[in-house]
Design a protein around this ligand. Sequence first.
Ligand code: SF4
Length: 464
Amino acid sequence: MSAQLKPLVWQPTMEYASNYEKVPFKVYTQRDLDRIEPLVRLSDEQRFEMKVVSTVLPFRVNQYMIDELIDWRNIPADPIFQLTFPQRGMLKPEHFDRVATLIRDGAGKVELDAAVNEIRLELNPHPADQMEMNMPRDEAGNRLDGIQHKYRETVLFFPSQGQTCHSYCTFCFRWAQFVGDKDLRIASSEAESLHAYLQAHPEVTDLLVTGGDPMVMKAKHLAGYLEPLLRPEFDHIQTIRIGTKALTFWPHRFLGADDADDLIRLLERLVEAGKQVAVMAHYNHWKELDTEAAQAAIRRVRGTGAVIRAQGPLIAHINDDPAVWARMWKLQVKLGIVPYYMFVERDTGARHYFEVPLVRAWQIYREAMQQVSGLARTARGPSMSASPGKVEIQGVTEVAGEKVLALRFIQGRNPDWVQRPFFAKYDEQASWLNHLVPAFGEERWFWQDEYDAIRNEKVSVAKN
Ligand code: SF4
């Protein structure tokens, strides 16, 4: 080896948590609605509406969001207020009236809980067949809780200590995990079962640790899952992705928090050992990137050698505007973040309030793309994480005189479907894959028979 070609040694970041202010984490849930000071400017009726909605759907917000991100002169329209605080329209009128009446009449806990549970089950708590189709089984046929394996290369892991977030998004597609119903949770605390599963599956290259938000965990717990992956038997795991909204909801987690240094060192060790570490940051609005703490946290995470990739859904009342996306993508690139995905809001929870029709979603995507330079054009979308796979809306066009939506699989249950264009009849109202029908008078999608067979098999195994 020549003198100049020394082995590459990762330089640890020289910043320490002690350089940052230690900000206490203060959180509010439904019980504390009356203690959130800025809400006094709302009417009693508005506060009651929040109470009704948050009886059914999870609510959690922290002081940082209240103080630094919400513009209280602009409520209820403020996008971050819409992102975190319950809105009346999130419940269908019949559901809202049922719960409001029970609360007004002073119904007992048992009666109220029963009504709430019935409503929750009507809100499609597990979209895209997660429970039946993505949960792998061990050799004895037992379901491996906390693991999802939908696409060949990628395993999702839900550590049980990470099944909450520093705040909750009103539109959360994983809301069912936060409402305290054990049957609705997907979680595991068993590092061994994760490691055994990964060891038995050499085709897996990517591990996505997700939640909730794994960054709510103590660094030592996260390390318990991730550090063993540095052993040679896990060489096939090239990429560790960590899904998080902590860079928005609680950037102090990476700055002055007690174990912030441990977390930063953990990321550094993984990078140094040759793993690709991707922090999959959930962003919905440029405002989330626009505080001092948010930008300091981004710098500190990037200093570890991890790459931050940004993704998030397109949501009515929050970011259904090309200018918001263009400004967000530009700011992400400026801060060294890679724009990755624009998602379509999933068919669960308060979707009727937040959904944006697919044609409109594509128009927003296109107009936003037209305003940014090449480095921000890395965002794919709008994309639906549907049961057959991730389906991107590529555009509206005309083929043989018929107006159609052009679609493609970005990921598919069968890898052979990936990148094959297919066409749906033009429909301005459709907001999810199951609202679309094939174009050109065809009766079935090209993937339909194969998907039905896969589904039948998985569902019958799940039932047994
Ligand atoms: S960060 Fe993700 S999991 Fe957490 S509340 Fe928001 S959408 Fe749900």
